[in-house]
Ligand binder design. Structure first.
Ligand SMILES: [Zn+2]
Length: 487
């Protein structure tokens, strides 16, 4: 087994995660080469390593969308103003964030064009043309695209003016089908968050004040960040007939009656990558769950002087692993092994494979796991060349579940169920985590809590204890709600 060379002070450029999450977050995003700030205010460039994470997210979600019967399509970026204003609540909700095109070439436009903040409108107009009969239903379409929402602050992945996302838009003959679709996609998001991003979430219904503009009901998944703030990571909306009435999406039903369809929309953006970075990272940098990692393993040959054999063997093993379907790179840069170790640690590659002259003689390599601390049991695993592929697969599976388990422990130890108002307000105010109470669901009660603590309801679920009183105000409770401050 190769001696682990001394670390060069590369990772010291990242401030400790615990001291200042925000400074750590920005430093990691930039230094791990996920993003660069662009010369346009509010925008970032997604660099190849960051795009690699996005591609894996896309592949995993897209597979789940197809499995549930959806197809991909693409709609225009620009929306005429006259179309946008038809659904009043929707346009009011988005008005402060819409960017407008007012001129084309030398010509001032007669009608302003909105750059899509979301695509319910342009898609609704097309559905009105495509849908005639109950035989045309359901329509199950997803779009992968960018949207623009005018933002003042910029934080990579979490808050940018232009961002990447997917938006699903479906149309159904009945309210029940639309609700079932909304719930199905919420479950797809929960499954993706937990089993791919390795982030445990609370899934449920939003309160009226947190609802999507124009929706009947909004459902979301909420993750807890290390600073005790919640991050809404995916939303699924039951739009009822609000959009089909505004955009005249009708069909003749089996009973020959002309009816309005029921629509849904649902989306996950690159914000999810922000959650992955914050939830799993540590003082040494990123820790990317294997299923999202652009590189599952990196092979570092330990080459001294003219000795070329470890490099050649590394290339051969790399080729074998790639052929077996792994995302692997051989790091043959002209840098010391120590530099490479800390570089890949910072970039969060789940497994490092070290191979030196002595390993070569022994016919083995060392696998080093990024999810474990140095010296921790199981952090370094010796493995023969023959067993490499099988062992790597096992280790990646184990890393995926260990990251989820660590995040789950954090969520559980930061979920509170206070029974008195003072403790409840204290926990909300101090960002203790997710604060779960029986709640009256009255908007005035929610607004009062927000005024005093900055916390809002994240998601609601069934009342756990029938007859309970609202911990925030003492009125009869109708649901259980998680309160937290949020991103
Ligand atoms: Zn209340």
């Amino acid at each position: 087994m190769a001696e682990p060379p001394a670390q060069e002070p590369l990772v010291k450029e990242i401030p400790p995660k615990g001291a200042d999450l925000s400074a750590w977050y920005t430093a990691v995003c930039i230094k791990a080469e996920l993003v660069s700030y662009a010369p346009v205010r509010g925008c970032v460039v997604l660099r190849p390593y960051g795009f690699g994470m996005w591609e894996n997210l896309q592949r995993e979600l897209d597979m789940r969308f197809k499995d549930t019967g959806h197809e991909n399509a693409y709609f225009p970026l620009l929306i005429p103003e006259s179309l946008l204003v038809r659904e009043a609540e929707h346009v009011e909700g988005f008005a402060p964030e819409v960017a407008w095109v007012t001129q084309g070439g030398q010509e001032k436009l007669e009608e302003r064009l909105a750059i899509r903040p979301t695509s319910e409108v342009i898609i609704g107009v097309m559905y009105a043309k495509w849908i005639q009969s109950h035989r045309d239903l359901p329509v199950l379409i997803n779009q992968w695209c960018n949207v623009v929402r005018w933002e003042k602050a910029t934080r990579p992945f979490l808050r940018t003016m232009e961002f990447l996302w997917q938006e699903g838009h479906t149309a159904h003959a009945t309210a029940e089908e639309a609700r079932a679709e909304t719930e199905q996609m919420l479950e797809v998001y929960r499954d993706f968050a937990e089993n791919v991003a390795a982030i445990p979430v609370y899934a449920g219904r939003k309160s009226a004040s947190e609802r999507f503009p124009g929706a009947l009901e909004t459902f979301s998944i909420e993750a807890l960040m290390p600073d005790g703030k919640a991050l809404q990571s995916g939303t699924s909306h039951d739009l009822g007939q609000n959009f089909s009435r505004a955009y005249e999406i009708t069909f003749s039903d089996a009973d020959q009656q002309l009816k309005h369809v029921y629509t849904t929309s649902w989306g996950i953006s690159w914000r999810m990558l922000g959650a992955v970075i914050m939830v799993h990272g540590d003082d040494r940098g990123l820790r990317i769950p294997p299923k999202l990692a652009p590189l599952e393993a990196v092979i570092v040959p330990i080459v001294k002087g003219e000795e070329r054999a470890p490099l050649e063997k590394a290339r051969e093993l790399g080729k074998t692993l790639r052929a077996a379907g792994f995302r692997v790179r051989v790091d043959d840069r002209d840098r010391s092994p120590g530099f490479k170790y800390s570089d890949w640690e910072m970039r969060g590659v789940p497994v490092r494979i070290e191979i030196g002259p002595r390993d070569l003689e022994a016919g083995s390599v060392s696998l080093v796991r990024r999810d474990k601390q140095k010296g921790e049991e199981g952090s370094r695993v010796p493995v023969t060349f023959e067993a490499l592929s099988a062992t790597l697969r096992e280790q990646l599976t184990s890393i995926q579940s260990s990251l989820f388990a660590q995040a789950k422990t954090f969520l559980q130890s930061h979920t509170f169920a206070p029974t008195d108002r003072a403790t409840f307000l204290e926990e909300c105010k101090n960002r203790a985590g997710m604060v779960d109470i029986p709640w009256c669901s009255r908007p005035q009660c929610e607004a009062g809590v927000k005024d005093q603590t900055s916390a809002t309801t994240r998601v609601m679920r069934e009342l756990q204890q029938p007859g309970a009183l609202c911990v925030a105000c003492g009125e009869p409770a109708v649901v259980n709600a998680y309160f937290a401050q949020s991103y």
